[in-house]
Design a protein around this ligand. Structure first.
Ligand code: PLP
Length: 361
């Protein structure tokens, strides 16, 4: 694979090589127009085509029903931590499941705008697991229930869609969007910072049940107003044109590979390669509990911080980059998103086994 490394970064993260090559080949002159996508007017017919195609592909791949709209926004997933309450809180409290760092930040951000009831808090267990349905106490009068499908930092993931009893379901899918089929109709709102799995940083994708547009409060900024975004087809102002173009290419690549069923098969294959090493190891300690494991971010450690550092350095020397864990968890984290080939996971697994043989006492 030329001079490229296996990049296990959590986001911005590895992109499909063929997509980068395609972007390179079109960089100076997109489809014979004599300009780069970066230079096109966002109001012109050429960008309109790029925008429409990316949106169509997104809808097709994820199976977005006509009740829902796909919005291209900015401000990252963190922007949505504010946009969600500013648009949906509606005077009522909102319910949050706190299963990791980002869902905790989302709940804190929502508290700036109204009342938050916590349906579950995994802090005491150091976010090692996802609650079962019966452990969730969702306020039946809440404006919405928010959860984070895949906890990027702690390496846990929900293996079910929570039943919210009629309370609109809101989900942060930043680190797993487009990695498996989703029943979009069950959600009032899905959002994702695109830089983990589907595009470069700078784009946030929102899938909104249109019936929830128009509940924003007076102070909601225009660029965070879902109704404005729906009415103006995500272009009340200049959108992140380049990111939307790259999203279209990545989604085209996913379609060529076999769509979300194939992405699902691959994520299972990649993660199984790494969890198998962890399950047969006497050196490594996985962070996530077995029933709560993420297939996108695999978190583990050795018994000491020194050995962790040695592991990370040794990995780097082999072209296995960015396996150092987040400062909140320590240890290691291998992010294995859609664009990570299974060979990358196998190379890391081989290294893990060799490292264990060398260091096990
Ligand atoms: C990375 C991440 C975020 C933060 O995304 P930004 O786009 O940097 O704001 C939020 N939630 C999850 C689950 C993430 O993985």
């Amino acid at each position: 694979m030329s001079d490229r490394v296996y990049n296990f970064a959590a986001g911005p993260a590895t992109m499909p090589e063929s997509v980068l090559q395609r972007a390179q080949s079109e960089l100076l002159n997109w489809h014979g127009c004599g300009m780069s996508v970066m230079e096109l007017s966002h109001r012109g017919s050429q960008f309109a085509e790029i925008h429409a195609e990316a949106k169509e592909r997104f809808k097709r791949l994820l199976g977005v029903p006509d009740t829902h709209e796909v919005l291209f926004m900015q401000g990252g997933a963190t922007g949505q931590f504010a946009a969600v309450p500013l648009n949906l809180m509606d005077g009522r409290a909102a319910s949050y499941a706190v299963t990791g760092n980002f869902s905790g930040i989302a709940a804190r951000e929502a508290r700036r705008y109204g009342e938050v009831s916590v349906a579950f808090d995994g802090a005491e267990e150091h976010y090692r697991r996802i609650p079962r349905q019966e452990e969730l106490s969702i306020d039946p009068g809440a404006a919405y229930f928010h959860y984070c499908a895949n906890n990027t930092i702690f390496g846990t993931a929900w293996d079910y869609v929570p039943e919210s009893g009629g309370v609109p379901l809101v989900c942060d899918m930043s680190s797993e969007i487009m990695s498996h089929p989703v029943d979009v109709a069950r959600y009032a709102l899905i959002y994702a910072g695109a830089q983990k799995n589907i595009a470069p940083a700078g784009l946030t994708v929102v899938v909104l049940d249109k019936r929830l547009a128009g509940r924003e409060r007076e102070i909601t900024p225009q660029v965070f107003n879902y109704k404005t975004m729906v009415d103006k087809d995500s272009m009340p102002n200049t959108p992140p044109c380049w990111c939307i173009y790259m999203l279209g290419l990545v989604l085209g690549w996913i379609e060529e590979q076999g769509g979300l069923e194939e992405m699902d098969r691959r994520r299972r294959e990649r993660s199984a390669v790494l969890y198998e090493v962890l399950d047969n190891s006497r050196l490594y300690l996985p962070h996530a509990e077995r029933g709560s494991r993420s297939m996108m971010n695999v978190t583990f450690r050795t018994p000491s911080a020194e050995l962790d550092a040695e592991f990370v350095a040794g990995a780097k020397a082999r072209g296995l980059l960015n396996v150092k864990g987040h400062r909140l968890t320590g240890g290691m984290r291998a992010s294995i998103y859609n664009a990570m080939p299974v060979e990358g996971a196998r190379a890391l697994a081989e290294y893990m086994k060799e490292f264990e043989v060398e260091h096990h006492v």
